[in-house]
Design a protein around this ligand. Structure first.
Ligand code: SAH
Ligand code: SF4
Ligand code: F3S
Length: 451
């Protein structure tokens, strides 16, 4: 069986923005090895799934996709083409050898901290006809970032991972087990990557970490620096127009960091600060290090630092032991903060986490009812916020083509999608747009002038 002249890879990404970033770094490595990207799975010589284990649904979806990939692999084999199938990411870390048991046709499986080994693994798979599935789930002593080639992302909005892993051990969450202990990349490495991105056209950088505001990277003198310091340094990069950071842990919202929302003009007036629940009893059972008043105090300080700031959050309903009263407190906090956007989930039992074995699990029916009520309220605030944008002029970073000719889609400072008719040359630029119409999920408007 032979490989085609120019071998192609296909990557499907599940999960969070960190996984999107990881997939683009995996692509950097594969391109450097001479592989070419394809968006069509059936013409790929290498098919990769970058996976998420956060909730049961996300993990199960992988196995149905793997089944489909196997069928394509068999079809291609009939025409003499070999297909290598690899699984990367958090499901690998959590399921380890179970993956091969359930999907024996998988050629390799690597955890999120080991993906720098993929090029070598591919060489071995191709050389050895009887290659056994390789599984790599170590938490290496040396950071994978030291092995990766340059970040070659070219869009106007780029992700930049500055921190990985988590030491918080919320009782429902798999991340500390799948991504390991907290690690902060050194300041110099982050700044170099940021400058390279800006040089190749990035206008907006989104700093990523599972717990990004606990960032404590070393500077060149070996001194630990916090996220506030890093934000100031990044803001100095000539040509950069927007900075965001995500996801933050409420207890780590330091006053220094909050002050950045006043002092750094290009820091966008939008913050994702997941509260999870409004009930102090549940927050304690979740092992969050904040209660509802700590959280509200942080939001208040943020609003003083920048009165224009819009808040977003994640919520879990039906955590073990959650009563109607607890749930009402979650609704109360929504009414207090008036989130402009939010993600909400039914609690999902994850093997190996403390909450999975709590004996007061909430019935599925109750979880569903609560989720519906919460989402209705959240959508209501989001819709109202979007309606209030009508008539306002907003700078919009145009990122993609719209469905209609002459239409581009971009993002406002508040992460809203906005559709506008404008010349195609404006792609990857920021233009000023007057908002004319709104829905729960998007805005549309007319161009005012080039910003
Ligand atoms: N580090 C971030 C969140 C990472 S996971 C933080 O601390 O906020 C993204 C979101 O998935 C979480 O905020 C939480 O709302 C949700 N989530 C995590 N584990 C879950 C579980 N077992 N069931 C349901 N939702 C979960
Ligand atoms: Fe998970 Fe909690 Fe860490 Fe967020 S802070 S990644 S929810 S353990
Ligand atoms: Fe999922 Fe792993 Fe991200 S479990 S949410 S892909 S850190």
């Amino acid at each position: 069986m032979e490989f085609s002249v120019s071998e192609k890879y296909y990557i499907k990404t599940f999960g969070c923005q960190m996984n999107v970033y990881d997939s683009s770094r995996i692509a950097d490595m594969l391109k450097k090895e001479g592989y070419e990207e394809t968006l069509k799975q059936n013409e790929a010589d290498i098919v990769l799934f970058n996976t998420c284990h956060i909730r049961e649904k996300a993990a199960e979806k992988l196995f149905s996709d793997l089944g489909r990939a196997h069928l394509i692999q068999l079809e291609r084999e009939e025409t003499g083409k070999k297909t290598i199938i690899g699984v990367v990411g958090c499901v690998v870390q959590a399921e380890d050898e179970q993956i091969v048991k359930r999907a024996p046709f998988v050629d390799f499986a690597v955890g999120p901290l080991m993906y720098h080994t993929i090029p070598d693994i591919l060489r071995r798979v191709k050389k050895d006809k009887k290659h056994q599935c390789e599984i790599k789930t170590d938490f290496p002593a040396i950071s994978k970032f030291d092995y990766l080639p340059e970040n070659t992302a070219k869009g106007a909005c780029s992700f930049l991972a500055i921190q990985e892993g988590c030491n918080n051990f919320c009782t429902y969450c798999v991340v500390p087990y799948t991504r390991g202990a907290e690690y902060s990349r050194p300041i110099k490495e982050v700044l170099e990557e940021a400058r390279r991105l800006v040089k190749t056209g990035t206008l907006e950088i989104n700093l990523l970490g599972q717990n990004v505001n606990s960032y404590h990277g070393e500077d060149e003198n070996g001194q630990e620096r916090d996220l506030a310091y890093l934000l100031h340094k990044i803001a100095e990069i000539d040509g950069l127009k927007r900075i965001r950071y995500t996801t933050s842990y409420p207890a780590d919202m330091s006053d220094n960091l909050i002050a950045c929302h006043k002092d750094i003009e290009i820091l966008m007036p939008y913050l994702h600060l997941p509260v999870q629940s409004g009930s102090d009893r549940i927050l304690k059972a979740m092992n969050r290090r904040h209660n509802s008043s700590d959280y509200l105090r942080a939001v208040e300080k943020l609003k003083i630092a920048n009165p224009m700031i819009g808040m977003s959050s994640d919520f879990i309903v039906g955590f073990p032991g959650e009563t109607d009263e607890d749930f009402q407190k979650t609704l109360d906090i929504v009414n207090e903060v008036k989130y402009i956007q939010a993600f909400s989930f039914k609690y999902s039992r994850r093997a190996g986490t403390p909450a999975a074995v709590m004996d007061n699990q909430v019935e599925e029916k109750v979880k569903k009812e609560r989720l519906d009520i919460l989402q209705t309220l959240l959508f209501d605030y989001q819709t109202k916020f979007n309606q209030n944008c009508i008539g306002k002029v907003m700078p919009v970073l145009l990122e993609q083509k719209g469905r209609h000719k002459g239409q581009l889609i971009g993002r406002t400072p508040y992460m809203q999608n906005l559709h506008v008719e404008t010349k195609s040359d404006n792609m990857n630029k920021i233009i000023n747009v007057e908002v004319v119409e709104s829905t729960t999920n998007s805005l549309s408007g007319k161009e005012i002038s080039n910003g």
